[in-house]
Each structure stands twice: as C-alpha cells, then as structure tokens.
Design a protein around this ligand. Sequence first.
Ligand code: FAQ
Length: 320
Amino acid sequence: MQSMEAGSQGDLDAFDRHVGADGKVEPQDWMPAAYAKTLVRQISQHAHSEIIGMQPEGNWISRAPSLRRKVILMAKVQDEAGHGLYLYSAAETLGVSRDELEQQLLDGTAKYSSIFNYPTLTWADVGAIGWLVDGAAIVNQIPICRCSYGPYARAMVRICKEESFHQRQGFELMMALSKGTDAQKRMAQDALNRWWWPSVMMFGPPDGESVHSMQNMAWRIKLFSNDELRQKFIDMTVKQAEALGLTIPDPDLRFDEASGHWQVGEIDWDEFWSVVKGHGPCNRQRLAHRRDAHEAGAWVREAAVAFAAKERARSARKAA
Ligand code: FAQ
C-alpha cells in the first residue's frame, strides 16, 4: 500500500504543507506511516465506542415507558450501529481489515470511550446520555467533518447529523422529566449527577497530558485540543441545565468574567484513567456482552458469506 512506503524528507515536508493548508488526503495518496497509524487508532477507537455505546441505552429498549419512546430509542441505538459501520469502513481504506479491528475489541486490546463503562440505572439515564453524551460527541465530532483525511471527514458529516437529532431527543426527554412529577424531576437530577463528570472526562486527558494532540492537530486530524472542546461543552451545557431547571453537580462551578467561560471544579483524573484501564463499573460487562453477541451472530455472518458466494456463482453462470 502506498501509504506504507517510506517517503523522503521532501515527501514529508510536502505532506505537512498540504494538510497545513487544509488540503484533503485520500486513500490513494502518499501519507506518512505514522499519519495512517494514528488515524487507524483514532477511527477504530471511535468505531468501537459507537458499537459498545449501544449497550447502555439498549438496556432500556424493553422497558421504555411508551411506544413512542421505544421507537425513538430503537432508532437511536440502531443509528449508533450504523456509525460504527461507517467508521470501520473509513478505517479499512487505510489497509486494515474490519475483522482485525473487531478482534482487537474482543481481545480487550483496543480502547473505546470511557463513558460507556457507566451503568444506566434509571430511565432518566437514557435522556442524560442523549443530552450529555451525544452533546459531547457533537462538540468533539463536528470539527472532524473538516479533518484532513477524506473518508473520515465524509463519514462524520452523516454521523453528526444523526447525533444532533440524538442530542435533541435526549434534551426533550430530560425536559419532560424535569417538568413532570417531583419523583421524575428527582430522577432527572440524579441522572445528571451521575453522568456530568464522566461526560466532562470524555474529551480525554488535559492538554498537558494528551500524547497525540500536538501532532494530530498539526496534521489536522484534530482541529481543537481536548481542553478547548471540553470548555465549549461546559459553556453550552450549563445554560441547557438552567433551561431544564436542573443543577450541575459541582459546588465550584462559577462564571469567570475575565475569560467569559464557566469554570468547573477539579476533575477526578484518577477515576478517568482507572476506567480507561479497564476498572470502571461496567468494563467487564460491556466486553463480555460484546463477545457473546459476536458469537451469537456467527451464523448470520456465515449465512451472509454463503449467500454472497451463491450470488456470485449465479451471476458468473449468467455472464458465461
Ligand atoms: N476514553 O492523547 P490523547 C459517541 C485515550 S462516540 C478512553 O488525548 P487523542 C457517540 C486515548 O485513546 C465517543 N480512552 O488521545 C455515541 C489515548 O490512548 P492511546 C467516542 C481515551 O486520540 C453517543 C490516551 O487516552 N468519540 O459518544 C479517552 O488525541 C451515545 C491519550 O489521549 C470519539 O472517539 C476516553 N474518553 O484524543 C454513541 C471521537 N480519551 O490511543 C452511543 C474521535 C482519551 O494512545 C451513544 N476521537 N483516551 O492508547 C477523538 O476525538 C480523540 O481520539 C479523543 C482522544 C478526544 C477521544
């Protein structure tokens, strides 16, 4: 594959100039091996997150409180599966197979977003995920629609449209609960209390500890740093919580007149790293469930391959 060929210093300089000037890179173009490697890393982690991310909300499909809510939730969870598939396809353009990436997820050697290792204890968690987690995902992902790698950027356009819808449905669900009975309002507040900090952490480690940010911003894979995006999310969400009549669970939250931004209290980075390293409340459960689903779906994959082979043979006979 072209991208794996070593390039000269001149090739590297030309590549850096091209992406630095907002040029796009396509699969057939020459690219530094490290650029391809970090893209496969980020895109596959993103794909795995979408697939594992189906589980927390999927947990509530059979218990949704009305037919309308059930239909919406089923469509949302199905959308996340679609996002995973676009992203695996984008990663495949870099010469890695979907099977290989899936195997890394099943082996437990691949990362996926920390956020999906928290449990969904009540129905309000479905609203909190749509509002906060999809909200954070949009803030992080809208800039990726303009990233330097063409297939990733194009996949993100559709994903972001769907994520925007997801965020609105989560906010609407939270609004219904906040305007409901006292018990419903308490449920909404409890969900915010549990999902706020994990959502703030979703943007990744603080800039000083982010190993990939500097190079990936130079290559325009990331257009903003983790802290810049986190701040954008906080500023946006504080106002939304106000509109819902809910309280952000942070006694140190304050508006900083000088910078014009909301400042949060200390983030528990030990908790973040513990979850990333596999010790969150649901890491084991999420992987075990994915492995079971993969095994249970083997017959579907085998049937699809057999059917495709039969169809190929039929068209070959027709063409002969
Ligand atoms: N969780 O140097 P950085 C969604 C790792 S999709 C776990 O800052 P980078 C949709 C990082 O991988 C959510 N690990 O890394 C949905 C690296 O480890 P490595 C996923 C994390 O790549 C909604 C190390 O820490 N979104 O929500 C996390 O420059 C509702 C050092 O970090 C994306 O993947 C974390 N939170 O920045 C679905 C978006 N943060 O690889 C269902 C695309 C960092 O060296 C329901 N990805 N790490 O072993 C990105 O924008 C970036 O990859 C970041 C991390 C910002 C996630």
